[in-house]
Design a protein around this ligand. Structure first.
Ligand code: ZN
Length: 344
C-alpha cells in the first residue's frame, strides 16, 4: 500500500526526567531500526505541523487546553506522578497532534492508503479534561474528531496498546459515529476497560473492550481480532481505521506481562488492511527498545506489503474466549452485538 511516514527529530524535545520509561531513546531506537530496514525510502514522508487550538477543541475541553498550556509551556514538572513535561513539551505535544491530523487527512483524501505516525508524547490516556499516563493531549482522538468534522461519517479507533485507552474511550463514550475497540491487560493501569463498558446514550454499543489477564500471547490476541474486532469493524463499516499502536504487549516489555512478538503486529495489520479502508497507526507505548523497534518495523513493513494471513485461530487460552463471550453478552441488543452474535 502507498504509505506515509510521519516522524521528526523534534519529537525528541519532549525530554524525560532520569529513569522515566517514556524516554527519547524509544523513538531513537525505532527510527534507527526503520533506517536500517530500508522501509523508509518506500514511504511518502510527511512533515509534522502544530495542531491548531480549534482542532484540539474538537476532542478536548478548551479550558483544559488553555490551563494545560499555562501550566507546562516552557517549564519542567509533572501534571501527575507519572506524567512529566519539559520546557518544549507543550510545543512537541502540538506537533504530535498535528502529525496525527495530517496523516489521517492524507489517508482519508486518498493521497495514501495508509500512514504511520511516530511521535511523542503519546496520547491515549489523555481525557477531554485531564492529562495522565505519560499523555498530554489525545492525538488519536483529535485526529478522529477532525476526520469526523471534515465529513468522515464513521471512524473506528482500534487500540492494541497493552493499557486501556481510557482517554479515547471517555472522549467518544456517547458518540455513535466513533467506534472504540480495545484489547488490554486487565486488571492493570489505568483500571478501566471492563467488558461491561460499552458506551452510553447514543454511543451505547460503539465502545468494545476485551480485557485479558496477564500472560496472554499471539493466539489469544488473534482470537480477539478474528472473533470480535474484525466482525465489529465489518458491521460498523468505518470510513477510516485509526490504530493506537502501542507495543507494550510485546513479550520483552518491562511494564506489562503479555507475550506478543513483533510478528504478531504484522498479523494485526494484515487483518485490518484486508478491510480496504484508509489505515493510520500512531505510536503509543512500548518500553523495551528492541521490542518497540522490531514491532514498529513489522508494522510499517506490513502496511507497505499487505498479505493474507491465517485467520480463525482454533485454539486459545480459555480466559480470552471467556472475555470475548462477556463482551458479546454486554453488547446484546445493540447493532454490533447482533453482528457479533451472527459471527460467533
Ligand atoms: Zn501502554
Amino acid at each position: 500500500m502507498r504509505t506515509a511516514l510521519c516522524t521528526d527529530p523534534l519529537f525528541l524535545q519532549h525530554a524525560e526526567p532520569p529513569g522515566h520509561p517514556e524516554r527519547r531513546a524509544r523513538l531513537e531506537a525505532v527510527t534507527a531500526a526503520l533506517d536500517r530496514s530500508g522501509l523508509v525510502e518506500r514511504c511518502v514522508r510527511l512533515a509534522p505541523r502544530r495542531a491548531e487550538l480549534s482542532e484540539l477543541a474538537l476532542a478536548h475541553d478548551a479550558q483544559f487546553v488553555a490551563a494545560l498550556q499555562a501550566q507546562i509551556e516552557g517549564r519542567s514538572g509533572f501534571v501527575d506522578p507519572d506524567t512529566y513535561h519539559s520546557p518544549a513539551s507543550w510545543s512537541t505535544a502540538l506537533y504530535a497532534a498535528g502529525a496525527a491530523i495530517d496523516a489521517t487527512r492524507a489517508a482519508l483524501s486518498g493521497d495514501v492508503d495508509a500512514a504511520f505516525v511516530l511521535a511523542r508524547p503519546p496520547g491515549h490516556h489523555a481525557e477531554s479534561r485531564r492529562a495522565m499516563g505519560f499523555c498530554l493531549l489525545n492525538n488519536i482522538a483529535v485526529a478522529a474528531a477532525v476526520a469526523r468534522a471534515q465529513g468522515a461519517d464513521r471512524v473506528a479507533i482500534l487500540d492494541w496498546d497493552v493499557h486501556h485507552g481510557n482517554g479515547t474511550q471517555e472522549i467518544f463514550w456517547r458518540d455513535p459515529n466513533v467506534l472504540y475497540l480495545s484489547v488490554h491487560q486487565y486488571p492493570f493501569y489505568p483500571g478501566t476497560g471492563a467488558n461491561a463498558e460499552i458506551g452510553e446514550g447514543e454511543g451505547r454499543g460503539t465502545t468494545l473492550n476485551v480485557p485479558l489477564p496477564a500472560g496472554m500471547g499471539p493466539d489469544e490476541y488473534d482470537f480477539v481480532f478474528d472473533h470480535i474486532f474484525m466482525p465489529a469493524l465489518r458491521a460498523f463499516a468505518p470510513a477510516l481505521i485509526l490504530v493506537s499502536a502501542g507495543y507494550d504487549a510485546h513479550v520483552d516489555d518491562p511494564l506489562a506481562n503479555m507475550r506478543l512478538v513483533e510478528k504478531s503486529y504484522a498479523g494485526f495489520v494484515h487483518r485490518l488492511a484486508s478491510l480496504g479502508k484508509p489505515l493510520v497507526a500512531l505510536l503509543e507505548g512500548g518500553y523495551d527498545l528492541h521490542g518497540v523497534s522490531a514491532s514498529a518495523s513489522a508494522t510499517l513493513d506490513s502496511l507497505l506489503h499487505p498479505a493474507p494471513c491465517r485467520q480463525g485461530v482454533a485454539q486459545c487460552a480459555p480466559p480470552a474466549e471467556e472475555s470475548c463471550a462477556r463482551t458479546r453478552a454486554a453488547l446484546t441488543g445493540t447493532t454490533l452485538g447482533l453482528a457479533l452474535a451472527d459471527a460467533a
